[in-house]
Design a protein around this ligand. Structure first.
Ligand code: 5GP
Length: 124
């Protein structure tokens, strides 16, 4: 069931557990600000989840409370991952789901990077 995109951060969410190393992930990229890993149930041949290491519930929480350096790090990392995965020529999609109406399941802000095939018309 989709989560409420507001409220306090829940440190028991699945991405927090991945960040702590409590559960494994297939890592794609990591730096001081960001971790990226393959989605466990990919919706396209390339489906990478990009997360800030610090705790934010949603896009609004991140945009309000992250530093400019951290916001830049998430954006630059996402672009670098898309380029490294050779998606630039074929095309790709970057989305975030926030709150119940968007179907957000994991209450730790994240971007989905999707590509590797012709994607269905937005929204996917
Ligand atoms: P949301 O619906 O919150 O935007 O997306 C959450 C995503 O996290 C889904 O695409 C789902 O497949 C993925 N996911 C959920 N649990 C895990 C997990 O344990 N490991 C990984 N790698 N991805 C997960």
């Amino acid at each position: 069931m989709a989560v409420n995109g507001t409220g306090p951060y829940n440190p028991d969410n699945i991405f927090a557990k991945i960040l702590r190393g409590d559960i494994p992930c297939k890592k794609v990229f990591e730096n001081g600000w960001v971790l990226a890993f393959h989605d466990i149930a990919p919706k396209a041949p390339v489906h990478v989840i990009i997360i800030p290491k610090k705790p934010y519930v949603s896009f609004i929480d991140f945009s309000k409370n992250a530093s400019a350096d951290e916001i830049a790090a998430v954006m630059q990392s996402t672009g670098q991952i898309a380029a490294d995965l050779k998606l630039e020529e074929s095309g790709y999609r970057v989305i975030t789901n926030a709150g119940q109406n968007a179907g957000q399941e994991v209450p730790h802000f994240h971007l989905h990077l999707l590509g590797g095939k012709a994607l269905p018309p937005f929204p996917v």
